[in-house]
Design a protein around this ligand. Structure first.
Ligand SMILES: Nc1ncnc2c1ncn2[C@@H]1O[C@H](COP(=O)(O)OP(=O)(O)OP(=O)(O)O)[C@@H](O)[C@H]1O
Ligand SMILES: [Mg+2]
Length: 228
């Protein structure tokens, strides 16, 4: 097992409005090499859950534990230094909107996670070029994100997420912003590359087609996660 979360509850507190309960006691476990999909209506709490599981946000109560270097680490209580280490090495993230750094080229964006953990420039570059080849973008390696199509940008984002061989990839509507053809290509690449590396993956998606390709399918409604 790579990730286990128990009893996650989270509310957002507006200035005047009553608090919105977004997670209402979510339990989820992710085994090694397993791909999980989460579907559910807009506002159900899918992104919130992924943020909590990826340690980008904290739940009000509950635990999120991730296995890193054979140790279970509670992401809810870990120090900032431990969280940075875990995020850099163990977790890969793909967002709906790629979040590439606009002033860096495709290959530089893919190199970034490796550079952050201290891999040399030449080694990072050669690994990034291999990943770009894998997502059929060798010919665009030196282009800026603004010079790439939406589908190409998203393929760079997939390559970047896999750069440090993460144990788990969290993908929040990775195809949400793409036409059918590009969505299919990005889905294929994401799933193939996660499987090749034996990583685990959680995909939040509105695409029934993408969701159906997961090993386990969940639906989230009003902050409650249920296996289909
Ligand atoms: N920072 C915030 N402050 C207050 N409320 C928030 C905040 N972020 C999210 N919410 C609310 O929490 C609820 C869940 O949002 P979330 O983004 O997790 O839904 P989602 O399932 O990912 O939806 P979508 O399918 O549209 O991406 C929504 O009602 C949203 O308005
Ligand atoms: Mg969302």
């Amino acid at each position: 097992m790579i990730l286990r979360a128990r009893g996650l509850v989270k509310s957002y507190h507006g200035v005047d409005a009553a608090p919105t309960r977004v997670l209402r006691g979510v339990d989820v476990s992710v085994d090694n090499g397993v791909i999980i999909s989460i579907m559910g209506p807009s506002g159900a709490g899918k992104s919130t859950l992924l943020h909590v599981l990826g340690s980008l946000d904290r739940a009000d109560t509950g635990t999120v534990e991730l296995c890193h270097n054979d140790r279970w680490i509670d992401l809810q209580t870990a120090t900032p230094a431990v969280l940075s280490e875990v995020r850099a090495h163990a977790i890969g993230i793909v967002y709906q909107f790629h979040h590439l750094l606009p002033e860096f080229t495709a290959v530089e964006n893919v190199m970034m996670p490796a550079r952050i953990v201290g891999v040399s420039k030449s080694e990072s570059r050669s690994r990034a070029l291999k990943l770009l080849e894998r997502v059929h973008l060798s010919h665009r390696a030196d282009h800026l994100p603004s010079e790439l199509s939406g589908g190409e940008q998203q393929r760079v984002a997939v390559a970047r997420a896999l750069m440090n061989q993460p144990r788990i990839v969290l993908a929040d509507e990775p195809t949400g912003n793409l036409d059918t053809e590009n969505a299919e290509q990005v889905s294929d690449l994401l799933i193939e590359m996660v499987r090749e590396r034996g990583s685990s993956c959680i995909i939040a998606t509105h695409s029934a087609e993408l969701a159906s390709r997961a090993d386990l399918r969940y639906i989230m409604i009003d902050g409650v996660l249920t296996q289909c």
